[in-house]
Design a protein around this ligand. Structure first.
Ligand code: AMP
Ligand code: MG
Length: 390
């Protein structure tokens, strides 16, 4: 049995970053930028007004000063002339500030009669002008790797970058195993249950950038499992669910071995999730998850998400696990790292009493997994404990 961190190091060695492809801007959201990109222009491309008002010379701005309005500068339609002494140009937000002007008096501080304006209130200290290139300049770069957020997509668009180099999404084949499983929407027999964590993992992995294929459920025969694994052979990552422990019907270890899997490990000192195996099957990385719904999902968070990050060129470990004070006392932990369902609220970690690894309702209620290191001594209410947000 190996530790969680040894297991994590090992699974990360089974994968490498995917190749790079260029995709249209809209398809880049949620993908990982694979190479730095540079702005093709300045933003704003000209000194632009931040307000509606009048463009004038700053040196002439004072209360009661009067100006003659000689034209208009609107967004998309700049004023082509020059602002001279005693002159003003009506200007709107986003419009180019005309030559000769270096101050915009906001319209609330003016009064207008015909083509004359008077500064009727004390203008503030700011000139209300966004300088050319004030947001970014030609050649400003966005560094890679970077998981592209909606804000990044807006920034790339403003930089006039229509095509974006990103890592190819890893394909993941999900294979559920078990005679007892049927798909959601089917009518289960009296001894059957619904394949639930298959769909939970699909959602988790898809949100983390994977292209997930849910393969037909493998029944508890070697032939059926072999057929499912055969269908999966082109996946970058094969994930089996269930059949991973040592019962008579647990076939994953034997069948993958007979298919030539170089198995990296079989058991990990963690709760839930001890019977976890990983290795290389042909060109695919393979992880065999335990079937208990919560175990499978916890292993998804702990192992599969870092693998997907690495496969997309990101550092595998996101920000360090966060810490929060415990809302209650906890007894000593046993010899395995325990990922405990918990609710983080009012900046306190409330660890649930019931940690039954078959109970999905408690996982759905949790928004954090409190991490108890192996052999952690008892902890008093208020001590800090690391957690994984989920
Ligand atoms: P196993 O590892 O195959 O012995 O499965 C352990 C437990 O998890 C059993 O109660 C299975 O019925 C259950 N199980 C296995 N696979 C799934 C699945 N895909 N969805 C929900 N429960 C499962
Ligand atoms: Mg089974």
């Amino acid at each position: 049995m190996i530790s969680v961190s040894e297991a994590l190091d090992t699974v990360l060695k089974l994968v490498s970053p995917m190749r790079v492809e260029t995709v249209p801007l809209r398809a880049a959201a949620g993908r990982v930028l694979a190479a730095p990109v540079s702005a093709n222009r300045d933003q704003p491309p000209f000194a632009a007004s931040a307000m509606d008002g009048y463009a004038v010379k700053a040196a002439e701005v004072e209360r009661d000063a009067m100006f003659k309005v000689i034209g208009e500068s609107a967004a998309g339609h700049g004023f082509k002339g020059r602002v001279g002494p005693g002159q003003a140009v009506r200007i709107f937000t986003g419009a180019p500030v005309p030559e000769g002007a270096d101050f915009v008096v906001i319209q609330e501080d003016t009064s207008r009669t015909g083509s004359l304006i008077t500064i009727s209130d004390h203008p503030g200290p700011g000139n209300n002008i966004r300088p050319k290139g004030g947001d970014f300049q030609l050649g400003s770069t966005i560094a890679a790797p970077r998981l592209l957020s909606s804000a990044d997509i807006a920034l790339l668009a403003a930089m006039n970058i229509a095509e974006v180099p990103v890592h190819v999404r890893p394909t993941v084949a999900l294979i559920s195993t078990g005679d007892e499983l049927v798909l959601p929407g089917d009518t289960p027999g009296p001894d059957q249950i619904i394949a639930s964590n298959t769909f939970g993992l699909d959602a988790l992995l898809t949100a983390a950038g994977a292209r997930v294929r849910i393969l037909p459920i493998a029944r508890d025969t070697e032939g059926s499992l072999r057929m499912a694994l055969d269908l999966a052979h082109e996946a970058d990552l094969i994930v089996t669910i269930g059949g991973a422990s040592v019962g008579d019907h647990d076939l994953v270890a034997g069948v993958t071995e007979s298919l030539g899997m170089a198995r990296a490990f079989y058991k990990v000192a963690m709760r839930p999730g001890k019977p976890l195996m990983a290795g290389k099957l042909g060109r695919s990385a393979m992880v065999g998850l335990p079937g208990n719904p919560v175990s499978a999902m916890v292993c998804g968070h702990v192992f599969l998400l870092p693998m997907l990050r690495a496969m997309q060129g990101l550092p595998p470990h996101g920000p360090q696990p966060a810490e929060a004070p415990l809302a209650q006392d906890l007894p000593a932990n046993g010899p395995r790292t325990h990922y405990m369902r918990a609710q983080l609220s009012a900046a306190e970690l409330h660890v649930f009493d019931d940690q039954d690894s078959a109970r999905l309702t408690l996982l759905a209620e949790a928004n954090a997994l409190a991490i108890r290191p192996a052999n952690d001594p008892p902890r008093a209410k208020g001590t800090m404990l690391a957690y994984l947000p989920i």
